[in-house]
Design a protein around this ligand. Structure first.
Ligand code: M6R
Length: 599
């Protein structure tokens, strides 16, 4: 989704803004722009459709100089990607500039109201109303004008505002869309996410909903909508630039796939202490008292929940229901006695998951967040939070966030296990090094991808946790390689999908559940008989599929319930290599954004 940056300090703002926007490219965008206040108190705007390189060129041809500025990468929602629809947007007199992330739901009414007041619009966006409204309320006090404007906005927003009459000040605000302030010496910055701030500072302040901040080069003052001062803690980010850079890898996605052993180790270290499994205060009692677990999330996070439902039900005998957040928020929810809801979200900013969280809280259902981003909206609003220790995940396709979510969920299963918890813990401890063993053999997967990347139809099938990983594998392949891929429970093959199987089909069979090997073998024979190519993913030492499969990729032996942490690495690598072989950029897949902050 859109990205916002802002800088005010003792340096020229435009190169800092351009560099900061580059760090937000991963969020997905189709146009970009900056606005800077010059020393002569003139607002200079440069914006253009397309990649950041277009904006770089535009700024080279028409430089902008000044110590205060804002920048934006736009992911089109209202109005096509175009120069005019790009941000920053300005008021009619071109003295106020605004960048906005989110959706203004009442923009049509506001637009008509402004047009009745002789305001003419330059773009088709919902965001432009903000610039005109600020101008309408402006009488020399920028903070007041922003506060009055915000009171009239419905929907979600993170905004940064500059005004040519105030070259020493920037005003920012948020509701339902993230905004972080970076605190430096003689300069301050603002951004939608932490990576653009890291080359300047690791001391940050997260704004909360309906906070409005006035930022100068020396100070940050935060207010509520009534103009009362608020305090927001300055937090120190532990991870550094290296974690947010490619470090020699061709793509962030490959780097993040390869970081999984470390991310898994870090995630385990947060849970495994000398005294046994340790959870944040109150979480153990919450989980042990739960009679029913409801798990929700979107996309990959939902798939992590699906895996967990099989594992927790099997080892802890607690009923678990998993519902996609965009569905759950509109479903009539019948509250069950002893119900606890677990919300999974890498970013902690996904609009549907946040809306679901708020609905659950209104119903009085205890909420536990599982997220990767300290200070994110979901962690601030949920009753309890467990953090995965994946480090920053930049590539749009989620990889290390998923496996660390799985690991956290498995530690919950081990905590609630009715028996054999020592064996489960031992299996969990081995997973990081087993992930490394698999990564050491990634050339096998690369070679297989080279022979198959042109396949136009790829099906993934499996049973139980293997079905959940089939869904995740198909998602990974479609999002970055644009290959039509589908997943189904292998038992469903004869109920429909087999009609599509022919010689052009690759079927990936996930086979890690020993009691179901024979069933899977029959399914593989059925697709082979229709001419499909079959790749089997199973454990080393399993020979059931030797005569059936065209290719077998073998996983280090783990507890069958924990195989998803390993089997999904094969699918991630397969999707990555197919994407690269097809000439795509796996880090920035078309039409997708890293964090879906609007519905
Ligand atoms: O940040 P979240 O975990 O809430 O994001 C949820 C989905 O948007 C996300 O997992 C998406 O499906 C990924 N791009 C998949 O790789």
């Amino acid at each position: 989704m859109c990205g916002i940056v802002g800088y005010i300090g003792d340096k020229n703002a435009s190169p800092i803004l351009l560099e900061a926007l580059r760090k937000l490219e991963y969020r997905g965008y189709d146009s970009a722009g900056i606005a800077v206040i010059s020393a002569k108190k003139k607002l200079l705007v440069r914006k253009i459709k397309g990649r950041l390189s277009n904006l770089d060129l535009l700024v080279q041809q028409n430089p902008v100089e000044g110590n205060c500025g804002i920048g934006h990468t736009r992911w089109a929602t209202h109005g096509e990607p175009s120069d005019l629809n790009s941000h920053p947007h300005t008021d009619v007199s071109q003295s106020i500039a605004v960048v906005h992330n989110g959706i203004i739901e009442n923009h049509a009414q506001l637009r008509s109201w402004l047009e009745r007041h002789q305001v003419s619009f330059a773009s088709q966006t919902d965001s432009e109303v903000i610039a005109h409204l600020i101008d309408f309320h402006y009488n020399g006090d920028l903070l007041l004008a922003v506060r009055e404007t915000i009171k009239r906005l419905e929907g979600s927003y993170a905004i940064a505002v500059v005004c040519s009459e105030h070259p020493q000040m920037m005003v920012v605000a948020r509701k339902d869309s993230p905004l972080v302030i970076g605190r430096c010496e003689h300069a301050n910055l603002v951004a939608s996410d932490v990576p653009p701030l890291l080359s300047h500072t690791r001391d940050v302040q997260y704004l909360e909903d309906l906070d409005v901040a006035v930022i100068t080069s020396e100070d940050v003052q935060i207010y509520n909508l009534d103009g009362e001062r608020l305090e927001r803690e300055v937090q120190h980010i532990e991870w550094d630039m290296e974690a947010a850079e490619k470090c020699g890898f061709e793509h962030f996605m490959l780097k993040e796939i390869c970081e999984q052993p470390k991310a898994l180790k870090d995630t385990l270290r947060a849970r495994f202490k000398e005294e046994g499994l340790v959870f944040p205060q109150g979480v153990e009692a919450l989980l042990k008292g739960a009679k029913h677990l409801l798990i929700t999330g979107c996309g990959t996070a939902y798939h992590a929940g699906m895996v967990a439902s099989y594992v927790i039900e099997q080892v802890a005998s607690i009923p678990v229901e998993v519902v996609i957040a965009s569905e759950l928020r509109y479903r009539p929810l019948i509250k069950k006695e002893g119900e606890v809801c677990l919300l999974i979200s890498q970013s902690g900013e996904t609009a549907d998951t946040i809306a679901t969280l708020r609905m659950l809280k209104e119903l009085g259902i205890p909420t536990l967040a599982l997220t990767n981003v300290i200070g994110c909206t979901i962690s601030r609003e949920a009753d309890w939070t467990i953090y995965t220790q994946a480090g920053p995940e930049i590539a749009v396709a989620s990889t290390k966030a998923f496996t660390t979510q799985l690991l956290c969920l498995f530690t919950i299963a081990a905590l609630l296990a009715k028996q054999d918890s020592a064996a489960l813990l031992q299996a969990l401890e081995n997973l990081p090094s087993q992930a490394q063993l698999l990564l050491d053999r990634q050339e096998d997967i690369q070679r297989f991808a080279a022979s198959q990347f042109n396949k136009t139809k790829v099906f993934f099938m499996g049973r139980l946790v293997d079905f959940a990983i089939s869904l995740e594998s198909a998602l990974k392949l479609k999002e970055i390689s644009y290959t039509h891929s589908e997943a189904f429970a292998a038992g469903e093959l004869k109920h429909g999908p087999i009609a599509l199987v022919d010689t052009s089909t690759l079927v990936v069979a996930l086979c890690t559940q020993p009691t179901l090997y024979a069933k899977m073998d029959s399914n593989i024979k059925e697709v082979k008989a229709r001419g499909a190519t079959a790749l089997v993913i199973t454990f080393e030492h399993v020979h059931t599929f030797d005569d059936t499969a065209d290719t077998i990729i073998r996983l280090p032996q783990t507890h069958p319930l924990f195989s998803p942490v390993l089997s999904v690495i094969v699918s991630q690598l397969y999707a990555y290599y197919c994407s690269v072989l097809k000439g795509n950029d796996p880090d920035k897949p078309r039409n997708l954004a890293k964090s879906v902050t609007v519905e």
